[in-house]
Design a protein around this ligand. Structure first.
Ligand SMILES: N[C@@H](CCC(=O)N[C@@H](CS)C(=O)NCC(=O)O)C(=O)O
Length: 216
């Protein structure tokens, strides 16, 4: 399995951490996001969306981070991290779809405003953050309710749902995600997901820079 990714991005960290959780071996092909390598023809021939990540396994070319995790789980037969039981799997699939369609887009606004813009030398726009706040709190509340009294989103062990849902929050301090009203969500992120070996291994660090500094 070849994974085309830049570990610094949300959906790439998701796949790299998820593959580690699954115990799925892969070869990483670095696509330099901040140099725009995802827009180069050599890469868009693999992923016409011009976004990372993508996967190539023999004659299968796959994009969409959650589809890559689902495929990898079944390929290695990891029934703990992606159980085959019909209802459990439906539950996990629901969270994967919700993450891609609702949760990632909302968390992404905070990532762009508070991390990406300052990294590229511009300022966050408070109006954009304010306009997103209502949607963020609605969604965070849904996940917070789900996590009440639970260590993991589905069942008693970490699954690809935990990794997928945590990824959009992976720089939560730097993103300035307003988590204080969502105590179950914050507890799950900081006490369940962040201590996972697969999460620690794929940590890129808050406050990273796009270019080495002169002093480095
Ligand atoms: N739904 C896609 C989203 C992929 C995506 O948006 N990736 C971002 C990085 S996290 C990207 O490459 N964006 C293209 C760009 O900003 O040029 C997935 O889950 O793989």
């Amino acid at each position: 399995m070849k994974i085309y990714a830049d570990p610094i991005t949300v959906n790439c960290r998701k796949v790299l951490a998820g593959l580690d959780l699954l115990g799925a071996p892969f070869e990483l092909v670095h696509v330099d996001y901040f140099k725009g390598a995802q827009k180069e023809p050599a890469y868009t021939a693999i992923n016409p969306n011009a976004s990372v990540p993508a996967m190539v396994d023999g004659d299968l070319v796959l994009w969409e981070s959650n589809a890559i995790l689902q495929y990898a789980a079944d390929k290695v037969g990891n029934d703990a991290a992606y159980p085959k039981d019909l209802k459990t799997r439906a539950d996990i699939n629901r969270w994967l779809l919700w993450e891609g369609s609702s949760w990632f887009p909302s968390c992404y606004v905070f990532l762009v405003e508070n991390c990406v813009k300052p990294l590229l030398g511009s300022q966050p726009d408070p109006a954009v953050l304010e306009a997103q706040a209502g949607q963020f709190h609605k969604l965070a509340g849904i996940l917070d309710t789900r996590l009440q009294g639970k260590r993991w989103v589905v069942g008693d062990v970490p699954t690809i749902a935990d990794i997928a849902l945590a990824a959009p929050m992976h720089l939560h301090g730097w993103q300035r995600l307003p988590l204080s009203d969502h105590r179950n969500l914050k507890r799950w992120l900081t006490e369940s997901v962040e201590p996972l070996p697969c999460w620690k291994k794929t940590w890129v660090g808050e406050g990273f820079v796009t270019q080495p500094t002169a002093a480095a």
